[in-house]
Design a protein around this ligand. Structure first.
Ligand SMILES: [Zn+2]
Length: 146
């Protein structure tokens, strides 16, 4: 996104706040230091996750966030950090159209590694036990009665 003041392309996100159907981001231009706010809508509704059993399901940001949050519990990782991680992963995959669940899980792991070692090890151990992160996430986020 170009800076609305100087039209340079490099900006950083100061704050990212998910709202109901959009995310509010406070940005700062790296060139002129001006700040502005964007309201971004997700276009990942069309992103499909290909599960190992061959079925496809729409990418579910909330579900992914819950799964990672649980893996990060009692590690000191904040919800904001988890949201940021999901943002990063989402940005990586949103143009794919379709992504294998294992690939999605691997990207989560790669980001978790840089965030918190305990959360990474915890997530990775379950990942290897289940051999598929989507199963892990599914189990973590399975609601009662489903
Ligand atoms: Zn600027």
């Amino acid at each position: 996104m170009l800076c609305p003041f100087c039209h340079q392309s490099d900006s950083r996100v100061l704050e990212s706040r998910p709202l109901q159907e959009e995310v509010r981001r406070r940005r700062e231009c790296l060139a002129c230091k001006q700040r502005w706010t964007t309201y971004e809508r997700y276009e990942v509704a069309n992103l499909m996750v290909l599960k190992r059993n061959g079925r496809r399901e729409p990418f579910d940001r909330a579900k992914l966030t819950r799964g990672i949050s649980l893996a990060c519990s009692k590690t000191g990782v904040t919800l904001a950090q988890v949201e940021h991680l999901v943002d990063e992963v989402e940005i990586q995959v949103q143009d794919c159209g379709e992504i294998a669940a294992q690939e999605l899980g691997a990207r989560v792991l790669a980001s978790l590694r840089t965030l918190n070692e305990v959360a990474f090890v915890r997530f990775a151990s379950v990942y290897h036990r289940y051999r598929q992160v989507s199963d892990f996430i599914h189990d973590l986020t399975r609601t009662e009665g489903r």
